[in-house]
Write a protein that binds this ligand. Structure first.
Ligand SMILES: [Zn+2]
Length: 282
């Protein structure tokens, strides 16, 4: 992606090196709400993600010492965020809506959000409660090494997917889907979650289409995003982790679904066509 020297977003909150301050005490009563609200990039059991991390408060006065690579990555995600602001502001305007820009929080190890405390093992996530995207930049390394999805545009896909969840929140979809968790069996709710996640992939593709229209893509970028979308499919992740697949437990969709909804968004470039809930497409 052509990003060097371009406009960066002013909506980046750098909390690297600061720890989460305090861990949430007691994994009891209030947790239900937290689980409902946190939207993680990768599946996994939410109870593994939130809770007592035993993190101690580190001094806020020491600035985080970033490596050259981390510095470059932080710049990169900031430029991508700015591009999502440009694109979604325009698309919302065309639909008579107003886009409210989200904040991107960079953190290391663990972080407090309105959705609870999370460790980096959660992977990137979005919290509808505070309109913030949370990412530990070490995920870039993970994309390359663990998911075999290298390249800057793989990371751009991750950011724009999380921004997709923000778009869903502004459009009211998050508010419609999340309460179903209380009403449905886990298996039934997972089906909705998959459609919800596929829509975030679709919106990510919508953004990529506009980025291409702004002549920001380089050869291979689209493939990097498609490879990443495929790499984080539930079936692929489960096969790697357990050696087998449990479709009832899918929360994000198969590799094929994720790839194809991203690509649909890329082809259309509009909100229209992204109703992953009422569709005959897989
Ligand atoms: Zn997601």
């Amino acid at each position: 992606m052509k990003w060097k020297g371009r406009q960066r977003s002013s909506n980046v909150e750098d909390r690297r090196g600061k720890g989460s301050g305090k861990a949430i005490a007691g994994v009891g009563g209030g947790l239900g709400l937290i689980i409902v609200l946190i939207i993680t990039f990768l599946g996994g059991n939410p109870e593994d993600l939130i809770g007592n991390l035993g993190v101690t408060d580190q001094s806020n006065s020491i600035p985080y010492e970033e490596t050259e690579q981390e510095k470059e990555l932080a710049e990169f995600v900031s430029v991508v965020l700015a591009d999502t602001e440009t694109v979604w502001t325009e698309i919302f305007q065309e639909n008579g809506l107003q886009y409210i820009e989200p904040t991107l929080v960079l953190y290391t190890n663990s972080v407090n959000s309105a959705c609870g405390t999370a460790g980096a093992s959660v992977g990137p996530f979005y919290c509808p409660g505070d309109h913030k995207l949370y990412i530990d930049l070490s995920f870039y390394q993970e994309l390359q090494e663990k998911f075999h999805a290298p390249g800057d545009f793989a990371m751009a896909y991750v950011i724009s997917h999380e921004v997709g969840h923000h778009v869903q929140t502004l459009l009211g979809t998050t508010e419609e889907v999340m309460p179903l968790r209380q009403k449905l069996s886990e298996e039934e709710f997972n089906k909705y979650l998959v459609r919800f996640e596929l829509q975030a992939d679709y919106f990510s593709g919508v953004w990529a289409k506009h980025a291409q229209g702004m002549d920001l893509l380089e050869a291979g970028d689209l493939d990097e995003a498609l490879t990443a979308a495929s790499a984080v499919g539930d079936d692929t992740l489960q096969k790697q982790a357990m050696g087998y697949v449990v479709p009832e437990s899918f929360t994000h969709g198969t590799s094929k679904q994720r790839k194809s909804w991203f690509y649909k968004g890329y082809e259309n470039g509009t909100i229209e066509g992204g109703d992953t809930f009422n569709t005959t497409s897989p």
